[in-house]
Design a protein around this ligand. Structure first.
Ligand SMILES: [Zn+2]
Length: 309
């Protein structure tokens, strides 16, 4: 790999990313403990020490308002409403802690963006990437639009001019596409299955791929589109939504990418952006089933250990 020009990677995580209340009454195949599993595995492998992880603050209501409507923010603070929005069992006695993991992980995306800007480097949040959330609603287990909030924050401080979102989660990044539907300074690129959101703007590309795409056609599609976007749009900042659900062992996705293919995907995106010295934030996004954490672990290990890649 051409890793010589790759800068240091900072990792963002705190134990509050993992919900203490979601295990009961949940109707989903989410690995609730995934952020902790990735964190623990990175330490066990000697990739990072416990003190290396930067613990972000939770997002405030003021920060939520950068993207979300006042009505929706009120709803977010009502556990019953949030449970319903997230397809959780409404009979379960949810409490205010239901929202906390989203606020902390969203704070991680924002803190990672600020650090990536300051250090001109790669910052990886071991959580976040809630790419279905929209200004006024939750969708697909995404309660807050963390990437949208981070971009609006950077824009408000005039730290970025042209931001690229590379969304390689198996599902379409419809939330971010809608949030930035009228903003040509943000390019939303998504490769996914079963598209349902068509945004007509210049700086948007939706690529729909078939079931069982496999490594070679998938990586060919990525190489066909991403270099041209980076060249023509010339972003000065990027977010990489690195969902692990294209992996063959995923319980929801069916792109059938191998473990090697998944790492190659992540390396392609990283090398391309680093070659242009574009600061980037990585978020983990979707990934379902017991082996999903391993895909993120492989990527972060490579990011942190360029000499052994
Ligand atoms: Zn997904």
């Amino acid at each position: 790999m051409s890793s010589a020009s790759r800068p240091a990677t900072y990792l963002f995580y705190r134990s509050e990313y993992v919900s203490t209340v979601l295990e009961a009454g949940a109707r989903h195949t989410f690995d609730i403990g995934k952020p902790k599993r990735i964190h623990d595995a990175l330490i066990a492998a000697g990739v990072a020490r416990a003190g290396d992880f930067i613990a972000p603050s939770r997002l405030s209501d003021e920060q939520l308002r950068l993207v979300h409507t006042p009505d929706y923010i009120v709803k977010l603070h009502q556990p019953e409403t949030l449970a319903r929005l997230l397809f959780l069992d409404p009979e379960h006695p949810w409490d205010r802690h239901l929202l906390d993991p989203f606020l902390y992980a969203g704070g991680g995306t924002l803190a990672a963006a600020q650090m990536a800007f300051r250090k001109r480097t790669i910052c990886a949040n071991i959580g976040g990437g809630y790419h279905h959330a929209q200004a006024d609603k939750a969708e697909g287990f995404c309660a807050i639009a963390d990437v949208g909030i981070a971009i609006r924050s950077l824009q408000r401080e005039r730290k970025v001019e042209r931001v690229l979102i590379v969304d390689l989660d198996y599902h379409h990044g419809n939330g971010n596409a809608e949030i930035f539907a009228a903003d040509e300074d943000v390019f939303t690129f998504s490769m996914h299955a079963g598209n349902w959101c068509w945004i007509t703007k210049r700086n948007n590309l939706d690529v729909e791929l078939p079931s069982h795409t496999g490594d070679v056609p998938y990586l060919a599609a990525l190489e066909q589109h991403l270099p041209a976007i980076v060249r023509d749009f010339a972003p000065d900042f990027a977010f990489y939504i690195a969902g692990s659900d294209p992996f063959v062992e995923d319980t929801l996705g069916d792109f059938d990418l191998s473990e090697v293919g998944m790492l190659r995907r992540d390396q392609l995106v990283t090398d391309l952006l680093c070659a242009q010295r574009i600061p980037m934030v990585v978020v983990t996004a979707g990934g379902y089933g017991p082996s999903s954490w391993r895909i993120h672990f492989n990527y972060f290990r490579w990011l942190r250990s360029p000499e052994t890649a």
